[in-house]
Ligand binder design. Structure first.
Ligand SMILES: Cc1ncc(COP(=O)(O)O)c(C=O)c1O
Length: 377
C-alpha cells in the first residue's frame, strides 16, 4: 500500500521548535491569519465545517482517537480550496487600482473553482488553465461559475506555464496557490484563507491537542498554512506532523530527501487529482521543512475502498461522510503506518494516539465519485 519513506527528522526538541517559530514569524504572521479568519467569517455563506470523530477507522487503526475535518461542505464548492483563491480575490478586489480585474490560474479543479467563485462574487473576469487529464466534470463546474476554460496539453506544471504566458501577454492577474521566486503575496493570502480551518479546529478541539496531524500535499500550500497556524496556536506543543503524498507526485519527499526543492516530473496522474503536483511551493517549503517530521507516500490502491468506507460507516455512531479521493489519503497513510510496526514505532503512533486528518474534499466530480461508490473503480 505504501512505498517506504526514509525521511525522519525528529523535530520535538527545543532547538527545532525555535527554528520553526523563527520561520513562521518571518513568513506567515498570526495577524495575517487572524485577518483572514475575521473577514471570511463575515461572508454570507460562511459556516464552519464539522470535525468528526471517526470511531470505526480509529478502531481499525488501533488508536485512541481519530479526528476528521470534513471540508466537503465548504461554501458549496466541495473542498477546503474554497477558502483560499476566493479570499485572495476578495483582497485584490478591495484594492481600488484593480477596478477592471481579470484573473487567471492553473488548476486541477478545486483551486480553480475557488478562484472562479471569488471572481464571480466581485464581477472580475476569470481564465482557468487545466491540464489534459482534468475531468470534464471538474471543467464544467468551473465554467458554470463563469470562468473561461483553457485546456492545455501535458500535466499540471504545463498548465502553470501556459497560464503564466497568457498572463504576461494580456496583463491578467495570476491567482496561484503555489508560490515561486518573486511571486509570494497572493499565495500568502491564499494560505491565510486556508488557516481558517485551524481556527475552527481549535474551537472544536477545545483543550485537546492531537498527538499527530497527517497533512496531504500537492504543492504543500495547505500543509504550510496549517503548520504555521497550528504553531501560532500551540507553539512548541505542536503535534507531530506527518506528510502524505501520492507516490506519483512525491515532490515533498524528494525535496526533503535532498534538503532543497526538487521538481518531480509527473509521468502518470494519480486519482488523487489535487495531490498531483510536481513542485513544492516556495512559500510552503521552509514551513514543511522545519515543521514536518515524516513523509509517507501512498499509491492509488487504497483510495476507492477508503472513499467507500467514508460513505458507509462500520460503526452506527459515526456519520456517513462524502469524502473524495484526496480525503482518503491521510486515513490510508494512518492505516499503512499502523501495518508497519517499525514505522509506527518511529512515528510514535500507538494505542494512545490522537490523530487528526483533513478530509480536504467531498464529491468534486460526480461521475468519478459515482464510479467509486458503485465499485466500478
Ligand atoms: C482536495 C485537495 N486536497 C489536497 C490538496 C493539496 O493542497 P496543496 O496543493 O495546497 O498541497 C488539493 C490541492 O489542489 C486538493 O484539491
Amino acid at each position: 500500500m505504501t512505498t517506504p519513506y526514509c525521511y525522519t527528522q525528529h523535530l520535538h526538541n527545543a532547538q527545532q521548535s525555535n527554528a520553526l517559530g523563527a520561520m513562521v514569524d518571518a513568513l506567515f504572521s498570526a495577524g495575517d491569519c487572524a485577518t483572514a479568519y475575521s473577514k471570511i467569517c463575515q461572508w454570507d455563506a460562511y459556516q464552519p465545517t464539522p470535525l468528526i470523530s471517526m470511531t470505526d477507522i480509529a478502531a481499525a487503526a488501533g488508536i485512541n482517537k481519530l479526528y476528521y475535518k470534513d471540508e466537503s461542505s465548504r461554501f458549496g464548492l466541495g473542498s477546503f480550496k474554497a477558502l483560499g483563491g476566493s479570499y485572495a480575490i476578495d483582497c485584490l478586489s478591495q484594492d481600488q487600482s484593480n477596478h477592471a480585474l481579470v484573473v487567471c490560474t492553473a488548476t486541477d479543479g478545486n483551486h480553480g473553482r475557488s478562484v472562479a467563485w471569488g471572481a464571480s462574487l466581485c464581477g472580475a473576469k476569470c481564465h482557468i488553465f487545466i491540464h489534459a487529464n482534468v475531468s470534464e466534470g471538474r471543467a464544467d463546474a468551473m465554467a458554470a461559475l463563469g470562468a473561461v476554460i483553457h485546456r492545455v496539453e501535458g500535466n499540471y506544471d504545463d498548465a502553470i506555464a501556459a497560464c503564466n504566458e497568457a498572463s504576461a501577454q494580456h496583463g491578467w492577474q495570476i491567482v496561484s496557490d503555489t508560490s515561486w521566486e518573486g511571486y509570494r503575496d497572493i499565495p500568502k493570502m491564499i494560505m491565510a484563507g486556508y488557516s481558517v480551518m485551524t481556527f475552527e479546529m481549535m474551537e472544536q478541539l477545545g483543550d485537546e491537542i492531537p498527538s499527530h496531524v497527517i497533512l496531504q500535499a500537492g504543492c504543500g500550500a495547505m500543509a504550510g498554512a496549517l503548520i504555521a497556524s497550528m504553531w501560532h496556536h500551540w507553539g512548541s506543543r505542536l503535534p507531530m506532523i506527518i506528510m502524505v503524498e501520492s507516490d506519483r507526485s512525491d515532490c515533498v519527499y524528494q525535496s526533503l530527501k535532498r534538503d532543497e526543492i526538487h521538481l518531480v516530473n509527473i509521468v502518470e496522474e494519480t486519482m488523487m487529482a489535487g495531490l498531483s503536483c510536481g513542485e513544492v511551493s516556495l512559500l510552503a517549503w521552509p514551513l514543511i521543512q522545519q515543521g514536518a517530521s515524516h513523509v509517507v507516500t501512498i499509491d492509488d490502491g487504497g483510495v476507492a475502498p477508503m472513499v467507500r468506507w467514508l460513505a458507509s460507516p462500520t460503526d452506527d455512531n459515526r456519520p456517513s461522510v462524502i469524502g473524495g479521493e484526496c480525503s482518503a489519503s491521510g486515513l490510508i497513510a494512518l492505516l499503512a503506518i499502523r501495518q508497519d510496526a517499525a514505522l509506527a514505532h518511529d512515528i510514535g503512533i500507538d494505542s494512545e494516539s490522537r490523530v487528526l486528518v483533513i478530509g480536504t474534499e467531498g464529491n468534486t466530480d460526480d461521475e468519478l465519485y459515482e464510479k467509486i461508490i458503485t465499485g466500478a473503480l
